[in-house]
Write a protein that binds this ligand. Structure first.
Ligand code: PFF
Length: 450
C-alpha cells in the first residue's frame, strides 16, 4: 500500500518495540530529566512526574496505539480515516507543527553531543576542573556558528536515515546501541554513588520536599512526562501501525513506559550525586549534563574512552528519537502533498535546521532576545513540551473517549476480545474525564487563568 512505503519500515515485533522505545528514550531522559528535576526541587518533582506518567501518559499512549494500529495511517491520515471531513484534521496539523518545533531544538542539543564526542576524542577535558569545563561549554554554545554547524551535521544524519536507511540501519544498530547505553548508564550511576557527597544528590532526587514544587513545576512534570514518552503529537499513531495484531497493546505500552522511566531515573542517579559532589549548581539548566559528566569521566580510570563511548551512545539515542520526529512532517509531505520522499526529506530537514539555528544561536549571538523571560530555545521548549504536547494529549482523550466508537478501542486493546481486559470501563472513564480535566486544570493554573 502506498502509505506503508512512506513510513519507516520496522517489520518485526522486536523492530516495532525497538522503534517505540528508541523514540521514547532519548535526550529527554538523559539530558532533560536531570536538569528539569534539578530546577524544580528534585524529589517532589520526581514523584509528580511518575504519577503523571502512569495516570496520564499511559492512558494517552494506549489510545494513540489503538488509533494507529486500527487506522494503519500516519498522524493526519488517522483522522482522515476515522473522522472524515471533520476539523479533527487540524489536530493532525498541530502534531506536525509540534514535531517540527521539537526537532528544531532537539537538534541543538544533539549538536552539542556531537561536539562532545569530538572534545572527548581530542582529550580536551583532561586536567580541567569543573570551572574550566564550564568555560569550555559556555565558549562553545556562545560561539557564533560552531554549534549551528554541529546541529546541521546532526540534521543531515537524521535526514539521511529517514531518506533511505531505516530498515537496515536503525533497526540493526538499535539492537546493539540501546542496550549498551542502558549498561553504561547503570555503570555511571553506580560510580556516582561512590563519590564523596553522593548522599546529598540522592536525597535531593528521592526525598520529596513539596515546598520546592511550584505550579510551574507541576506543569513541567506533566510536559516532561509527555515529552519523554513521545506522546501527544501523533508519532506513536504512526509507529503503532507496525505493532503486530496479536501483540497486547497494554503490555507494549507498559514495557515502553517502564524502560523510559527507568532510564530517566538512572540518568538522575548518574548526574545528581555528581552535581553535588563536584559542587555544580543543580539549577544550571540545559547545560547540566554537559557540565557534570566530563568531570565524572575524568575521575574514572580510562575516562577518555568512557566519555567517547558515552557521547556516541547518547548521539545514537538522540538519533532514534530525531528520526521519529522527522518522520512526522516527511510522511505528511509525501502522503498528503504527494511529494517524492527525497524531496520531502530535504525540504523538512532544511526548514527544521533553519528554524533550529535560532534556537542554537539563542545561547550566543541571540542571547539577548527574550520571550516571556526565556531565551528562544527555552521558549520553544516551553511552548512544545508544556503547551502543545499536553494540548495534543487532551485532544487524543477527547477523540478516543468521546468521539470514537468505543468498540474500536475495545477491539484494539483486547485484540478482538481474545485478551481479558478487566479495567476497560475505568480506562474509558479516565480517558473521558480524569485525564483531560487534569491536563486542562494544570495548563490553566500554570498560565495563571485559575
Ligand atoms: N521522547 C524523546 C526523548 O525523550 O528524548 C523526545 C521525543 C521524541 C519527543 C519524539 C516527542 C516525540 F514525538
Amino acid at each position: 500500500m502506498h502509505h506503508q512505503q512512506t513510513r519507516p519500515g520496522f517489520k518485526s515485533k522486536f523492530g516495532a518495540i525497538a522503534a517505540l522505545a528508541g523514540s521514547a528514550v532519548g535526550l529527554g531522559n538523559i539530558w532533560k530529566f536531570p536538569y528539569i528535576a534539578g530546577t524544580n526541587g528534585g524529589g517532589a518533582f520526581l514523584l509528580v512526574y511518575i504519577f503523571f506518567t502512569i495516570a496520564i501518559g499511559f492512558p494517552v499512549m494506549l489510545a494513540e496505539f489503538s488509533l494507529g494500529r486500527h487506522s494503519q495511517q500516519n498522524a493526519l491520515g488517522t483522522f482522515r480515516v476515522l473522522a472524515p471531513g471533520t476539523s479533527w484534521l487540524l489536530f493532525g496539523l498541530l502534531s506536525i507543527l509540534s514535531a517540527t518545533l521539537i526537532l528544531s531544538f532537539y537538534g541543538t542539543v544533539s549538536g552539542w553531543t556531537l561536539e562532545y564526542i569530538w572534545l572527548s576524542l581530542t582529550n580536551s577535558f583532561k586536567g580541567q576542573n569543573a570551572e574550566d569545563i564550564n568555560t569550555i561549554f559556555n565558549n562553545f554554545i556562545s560561539h557564533p556558528y560552531k554549534a549551528v554547524l554541529w546541529q546541521s551535521g546532526f540534521m543531515i544524519l537524521t535526514g539521511a536515515i529517514i531518506m533511505g536507511g531505516v530498515q537496515k540501519g536503525i533497526e540493526r544498530y538499535s539492537k546493539i546501541m540501546m542496550p549498551l547505553l542502558f549498561l553504561i548508564i547503570i555503570a555511571l550511576s553506580i560510580n556516582s554513588l561512590t563519590l564523596s557527597g553522593a548522599a546529598a544528590g540522592l536525597k535531593f532526587l528521592f526525598r520529596p520536599d513539596f515546598t520546592c514544587l511550584t505550579a510551574d513545576g507541576v506543569l513541567a512534570a506533566l510536559g516532561q512526562a509527555f515529552f519523554s514518552l513521545s506522546v501527544g503529537m501523533g508519532i506513536l499513531l504512526t509507529y503503532a501501525s507496525y505493532i503486530p495484531r496479536n501483540d497486547s497493546l497494554p503490555h507494549i505500552s507498559l514495557k515502553v513506559i517502564l524502560t523510559d522511566t527507568l532510564v530517566a531515573i538512572l540518568a538522575g542517579m548518574a548526574i545528581l550525586p555528581a552535581v553535588f559532589s563536584f559542587q555544580i549548581n543543580p539549577q544550571a539548566g540545559p547545560g547540566l549534563v554537559f557540565l557534570t559528566l566530563p568531570t565524572v569521566f575524568q575521575n574514572l580510570p580510562a575516562g577518555e574512552i568512557w566519555a567517547v563511548l558515552f557521547f556516541i551512545l547518547l548521539t545514537f539515542a538522540a538519533l532514534t528519537s530525531a528520526i521519529s520526529l522527522l518522520e512526522v512532517p516527511v510522511a505528511y509531505l509525501v502522503e498528503e502533498k504527494k511529494m517524492k520522499r527525497p524531496a520531502a526529506t530535504l525540504l523538512a530537514t532544511s526548514v527544521i535546521t533553519f528554524i533550529g539555528s535560532f534556537n542554537t544561536l539563542s545561547f550566543g549571538p541571540l542571547r539577548n532576545v527574550h520571550i516571556g523571560g526565556m531565551n528562544v530555545f527555552e521558549a520553544c521548549d516551553y511552548l512544545c513540551s508544556n503547551i502543545l504536547l499536553p494540548l495534543g494529549g487532551i485532544l487524543i482523550c477527547i477523540f478516543s473517549g468521546w468521539y470514537l466508537d468505543k468498540s474500536i478501542l475495545f477491539n484494539e486493546i483486547s485484540n478482538n476480545g481474545i485478551l481479558k481486559i478487566r479495567f476497560f470501563k475505568l480506562y474509558i472513564f479516565i480517558l473521558k474525564y480524569i485525564a483531560p480535566v487534569c491536563i486542562l486544570l494544570i495548563l490553566l493554573h500554570a498560565v495563571g487563568v485559575i
